[in-house]
Design a protein around this ligand. Sequence first.
Ligand SMILES: *Cc1c(COP(=O)(O)O)cnc(C)c1O
Length: 385
Amino acid sequence: MNIYEIINHFGEERSGYEGSVSPPIFQSSIFSFESVDDMRQSLKRELETPFYTRGYNPTVATVRKKLAALEKAEDCILFASGSAAIAAAAMHCVAQGDHIISVAKPYSWTTTLISKLLANYGVESTFVDGTDVANFRAAIRPNTKLIYLESPNSLTFEMQDLNAVSELAKQHDVITICDNSYATPLNQHPIELGIDIVVHSASKFIGGHSDVVAGVLCSSKKIVAEILGDEFMTLGGIISPNDAWLLNRGLRTLPVRVEKVRDNSFKVLEMLEAHTKIERVLFPFSKSHPQVELAQKQMKPCGGLMTIYLKTNDVQKVEEFCNSLNLFLIACSWGGFESLQFPMCALGESRNYQHELPVNMIRLYIGLEDPELLIANLEQALEKV
Ligand SMILES: *Cc1c(COP(=O)(O)O)cnc(C)c1O
């Protein structure tokens, strides 16, 4: 199916809601029945039909269908956050005594999940440099049940060869999960490369307007049914119908937004890489990125996030640069309409960042603004360095 067919029409049952072009928000926790037998029949399919909104809601169902189709997966579950999706996926794959191999430096709360929460339940883990598949091979133990990937990661953009890692995992009967938030379901298809479960923070590009926190999990019908029946229903980290509606609205423009963000990113990148006040720029599609060939092999060109190192170690100068960069809001997250900056020198003692990060390191998110304005804004701030 063509992506615009999916985004505009798939899963929308307009004839069922009076031709409404924008789907209604089924803001109802429960659904009622005409007879006892109707209820009895519905209860048999509680997770596939209106009964109770934790299990099934029609507004949520529309978006599940679209995201599964975009991700080339059989089915999809939506969650209250990306972290909820990641936790449900990982918990599904392991039990006490099992072992996880995770790529080094995944999203910060994913690190906490694996190295602390799951460890509390007797799950072992090894974090490996994911740039070489041999490191995964060397870490496999008899009790390894899960390989957790995030490609690229959202700060330093290391990538894993998804096809090679999934083949290795299959040989050892190990499940693979990949966080695909960076590339979106449009620009990288891990399931086609053999990955079992794909997760997203929909708070980023999919929502796209910095107004919703949500998560996505895509997989086979079998795995989705198992997770729905166990982790999803018991932990209950569901998305609200209203937030699902916002995701549907975000999806309408996802292709044009990611395209514009990519074009803007390449323009900003060119200027930054040539600038004398910049020590280096990290970006997966930069010619200077050590894995640029892998980026081109397994993703379509995309962008948004890049990390710069200023040519100074003076925190005062770094702060002066950041405070002058007024078109880039100082904030966490990314994937919205607006450009952002996340200076590592703001992290301080924040307990969730275990890695030593240099003070001159700043993550930028390039939004939908006029690229000439963004470049001029960066240039005037760089003069302060
Ligand atoms: C933001 C993010 C998450 C967490 O998603 P939330 O929706 O904030 O819970 C996970 N992975 C990556 C790569 C992220 O950027």
